[in-house]
Write a protein that binds this ligand. Structure first.
Ligand SMILES: O=C(CO)COP(=O)(O)O
Length: 271
């Protein structure tokens, strides 16, 4: 069955854990093993809900070895990539290297990259294209800060980030792209945007994608919400029509909690 419980027939729910700068390569393996065991005990069906982790770069080789060796169905990706393919870019990581490590996805434009590293919309557009160039699906992160939310211009602001990020993509690429709406004021603060806030923005993002690439394309693009997601609020957010998945920070560092988020459908059944 390819349906999700909320009737979003064609878009497979996607639950992703962004470990940020946590977990060294030894801790990372332990966390992933625990997650895989927990999901296996719970008979998780990966064909119904896709599960991804975004470990630090230094963990990726170990994660690849574990996933291949134990034939895990968990997919993984990098937290960033360079807009360039190779050369004199000290400290940067090429999408080519991530592809070689078996990465299926890469985060682009996480708010911590936009704010701490001052990554511009132009750079992020180049990174999105670099990901596709290397056969990796970008997860383009967008979202507003508190002042913009309070000023009431959060939809305009977020859609401007979206337009800049997807400029020049083909319709096929836009359909494959994943977009994560992460309101900065809800990240790591315990402050969660309500399900209706997540839905409002995801609906606006889908409408914008429909304008840019056509309704058929927009119907395929998966849209995630991120910001203080926990097992006890995941199901209510995922019930929303245009929210296809979650990008989880802090709660993804606890295997049991993250597994419960992945198994959100079991919470819906008992609601
Ligand atoms: O930034 C996030 C995921 O990318 C969200 O982080 P938290 O879940 O810790 O709020």
């Amino acid at each position: 069955m390819t349906t999700s419980t909320n009737g979003k027939f064609d878009r497979k729910p996607f639950i992703a854990g962004n470990w940020k700068m946590n977990m060294d390569h030894v801790q990372g393996i332990t966390l992933l093993q625990k997650l895989a065991w927990t999901l296996s005990d719970a008979k998780h069906d990966y064909s119904r809900v896709e599960v991804a982790v975004f470990p630090p770069f230094t963990d990726l080789r170990g994660v690849q070895t574990l996933v291949q060796g134990d034939e895990l169905d968990v997919v993984y990706g990098g937290q960033d990539l360079s807009q360039f393919d190779s050369g004199a870019y000290t400290g940067d990581i090429s999408g080519q290297f991530l592809a070689k490590l078996g990465c299926s996805y890469v985060l682009v434009g996480h708010s911590e990259r936009r704010t701490i590293h001052n990554e511009s919309d132009d750079v992020l557009n180049a990174k999105t294209k670099a990901a596709f160039r290397h056969g990796i699906t970008p997860v383009l992160c967008v979202g507003e800060g508190l002042e913009i939310r309070q000023a009431g211009t959060h939809v305009d602001h977020t859609l401007a980030q979206l337009r800049a990020g997807v400029e020049g993509l083909t319709p096929e690429q836009a359909a494959e792209l994943v977009v994560a709406y992460e309101p900065v004021w809800a990240i790591g603060t315990g402050e969660v945007a309500g399900p209706e806030d997540a839905q409002e923005m995801c609906a606006a993002i889908r409408a914008e994608l429909a304008t840019l690439f056509g309704a058929d394309v927009a119907a395929k693009t998966r849209l995630l919400y991120g910001g203080s997601v926990k097992a006890n609020n995941a199901a209510s957010i995922l019930k929303e029509r245009d929210v296809d998945g979650l990008l989880v920070g802090g709660a993804s560092l606890d295997a049991a909690e993250f597994a419960n988020i992945v198994r959100f459908e079991s919470h819906l059944l008992t609601d």
